[in-house]
Design a binder for this molecule. Structure first.
Ligand code: ARG
Length: 444
């Protein structure tokens, strides 16, 4: 028998019921949670000091043995909670059977999952920081590299590569804020809610909560065991993070193509073709883009599990972990590839500049010059549009051609349509953004 309630279960039902294949990764959180619970039971006199000590020793032994690889998790156990408790009782006998006093797997799993998610959010925040740092460094180096900015993927107005990259970093800074926000709200301890209605034993919920680094216990026991908002919030933050990564990835795919040639992606992040010798495919960027859908699916799956569930715990909720873990794994994998890929990419100033020099991205500046010389904007716009339609770069038009379009033009228009001057006059706040990012990177 390998379940905790003592009955038997049909083979196919066991396969459906079992969650150890997914939740075994929470072994550390499960053991830590049990240690905090057992310490509290002993402190409150609910179990004897001797039993408490035996449980602590047994659990630390299990922790050490799993860590060292000496103990393999038995995948025929129903879930990780069952495995740890059964292993403990096999090792220390009767005291092990007292561990589950004043606890249920319902508050136990909710606690484990919050602890696990909290740890993964901290890890993800570190990865977001690494990505922001890589983007910051590249932006600082190419702060003044002129490139075309786009709308509708049509060359629109000139910006710099540094300014462009800072836009990426801004997205990630907001993602970090959302993850930190989810972490703040999840940091309450379900332990003591027990199955759904608390317990008659004189437990101390504050002590378990603080031992596990939570802000305090969840106030409502029904809510404590049935709340999976933190899964949804985390997946929501991860979905938006992936949306951002996919947009960056798409630009890397475009920019590294021969058509753009704005960047060369680093060796190790591109693959060759099995048939076309000239190819350097941006597979990693494409996969980041492609995996975004997975995380959206995880979010939808999680929301759908929760829809219409009555209070309190329902077994449907066991499905929370697969979605959450997949979202966490996918996002951290993608971030850990994006950061070194950005760090190692080689931007090509001349290609960017060349693209900025064609496509009339200084047409607005030409119209603005006329406005500054008294021509109403709508008329100025029409004059500039007429010049663009002649098909000759605005820098190369003769003064006679300018004057034919509008007598208000004079020599000083050349300074206005000069690419570097166009960029300078926009006063793109790259230095301020870099300073903002440096502050973000210093915060903990
Ligand atoms: N494996 C279960 C889960 O992940 C643990 C909780 C089981 N609770 C119960 N009442 N059957 O949700």
């Amino acid at each position: 028998m390998n379940n905790l309630w003592g009955g038997s279960i049909a083979e196919a039902a066991r396969a459906l019921n079992s969650s150890i294949g997914v939740d075994s990764r929470m072994w550390r959180e499960d053991i830590t949670g049990s240690m905090a619970h057992a310490a509290m039971l002993a402190k409150q006199g609910i179990i004897s000091q001797a039993d408490g000590a035996a449980i602590q020793a047994g659990l630390s032994g299990i922790l050490a043995d799993i860590e060292s690889g000496k103990l393999a998790i038995d995948m025929t156990a129903e879930d990780i909670h069952t495995f740890v408790e059964m292993e403990l009782t096999a090792r220390i006998g009767d005291p092990g059977k007292r561990l589950h006093t004043a606890r249920s797997r319902n508050d136990q799993v909710a606690t484990d999952l919050r602890l696990y998610t909290r740890g993964r959010i901290d890890e993800l925040l570190g990865l977001v920081r690494q990505a922001v740092s890589a983007i910051h460094d590249k932006a600082a180096k190419f702060a003044d590299a002129v490139m075309p900015g786009y709308t509708h993927l049509q060359r629109a107005q000139p910006v710099t590569f540094g300014h462009y990259l800072c836009a990426w970093a801004m997205m990630l800074v907001r993602d970090a804020g959302r993850l930190a926000d989810a972490r703040k709200r999840l940091n309450q301890c379900p332990l003591g809610a027990c199955a759904l209605a608390g317990t008659t034993f004189p437990i101390d919920r504050d002590s378990t909560a603080s031992a596990l680094g939570f802000e305090g216990p969840c106030l409502n026991s029904l809510d404590a065991v049935s709340d999976r908002d933190f899964c949804v919030e985390t997946l929501g933050a991860l979905s938006l993070l992936m949306a951002h990564l996919s947009r960056m990835a798409e630009e890397l795919v475009l920019w590294s193509s021969l058509e753009f040639r704005f960047v060369t992606l680093p060796e190790g992040f591109v693959t060759g073709s099995s048939i076309m010798p000239q190819k350097k495919n941006p597979d990693m960027a494409e996969l980041i883009r492609g995996k975004t859908g997975r995380v959206y699916g995880d979010l939808m799956g999680m929301l759908t599990v929760l829809k219409g569930l009555p209070l309190a715990y329902n077994k449907d909720m066991q499905e929370d972990k697969q979605a959450l873990f997949d979202g966490l794994d996918t996002a951290s994998l993608c971030l850990s590839v994006l950061a070194p890929m950005v760090e190692g990419m080689t931007p090509h100033r001349s290609a960017m500049r060349k693209a900025a020099g064609a496509g009339f991205i200084n047409a607005t500046d030409c119209a603005d010059w006329l406005v500054e010389h008294g021509v109403p904007f709508r008329e100025a716009y029409a004059v500039a549009a007429g010049l663009v339609h002649q098909g000759k770069p605005l820098e190369e038009l003769t003064l006679a051609e300018y004057k034919a379009a509008c007598p208000a033009f004079d020599e000083s228009v050349y300074a206005a349509v000069d690419l570097d001057a166009c960029v300078k006059r926009r006063r793109l706040p790259v230095a301020e953004q870099l300073a903002f990012l440096e502050t973000f990177l210093k915060e903990d």
